[in-house]
Design a protein around this ligand. Sequence first.
Ligand code: F6R
Length: 364
Amino acid sequence: EKGGYEHFMLKEMYEQPKAITDTFSPRLKGSEIVIDELNMTDEEIQAIRKIMIVACGSAYHAGVTGKYVFEGMARIPVEVDLASEFRYRDPIMEEGTLVIVISQSGETADSLAALRESKERGAKVLGIVNVVGSSIAREADNVMYTWAGPEIAVATTKAYSSQLIALYLLAIKFGKVKGVVSKEQVYSYIEDLKRLPEQVEMLLNNKVKIQKFANRYLAAHEVFFIGRGIDYAISMEGSLKLKEISYIHSEAYAAGELKHGTISLIEEGTLVAAVLTQKELYKKMISNMVEVSTRGAFVLAVTNEGNDEVERAADYVIYIPETNKFFANSLAIIPLQLFSYYISVGRGCDVDKPRNLAKSVTVE
Ligand code: F6R
């Protein structure tokens, strides 16, 4: 059932190119994005004033990426909330608020409760869900499925990757309808989408190199993941992957925020994984990397091919292929997933069923 793979997590990581393709291809009609299940007219899309994304765990991290994408690409203001917080903060939902609930299982208790709360307040709720016919899928006004297929490993990989795709599709669609994304841009985003599966595959095939690197850090006590902008979102997901399956403490930090306290934790040999995929932020990120490396940190960088500058501030570099700035998270996450996986394997942890965790969290 693991199809020759040692763990479900590894198998599911390798299913990502297919999960990505299966999520975008039914929604591409020539050079247009058609999301029938949205059930929204162009007028209704134009009337969206604010998007509120609500989710837990990795789905929340996909939502944080979504915020940067919707705002950057479609110029729609977005709030992202943890479902367990959203419910109790008396959220303000004015006319024109679209609530998006993201969930792999479709059964997460807090996400479901947030959905009900939003509907009661009169908002329209769109579910981005993987499990067909699940509670969130049934109760949302509209549901956009991520076609990742069944996910068995507790740590999500392919469902998370398809959630990102669903969000990109929505952002392109909304941007186009609102007139802030041109026809040519849509065409170029579609070309980039089509390239993603192959690029992910290529990154997965780097696994031996990443395993070797991971084996050097099996005894780490603490790892920091740093990034700016959309790369901060991927740092959060990278950090969660590591801690949940390897039991190594880890934190994600917005790189510019380190010097406001957390940098005091950096010591000789602390591993800092720096993600830099956003050209306009390279310089700032490199100076943050220098700040930690002069304090003894070992810096692993995940960056775009061609960013040779980074070599002066990093001890080890993983390059990702070129895509547009909004899709970079889909590539940057792959080496981080592999890194966590091999740390977990190397430490002899139960990769697919980490302690204290369940695949679907139905308690509040
Ligand atoms: C982490 C992970 C969890 C889930 C979270 C939400 O790898 O899998 O953090 O993302 O429990 O679950 P769903 O998406 O089923 O609502």
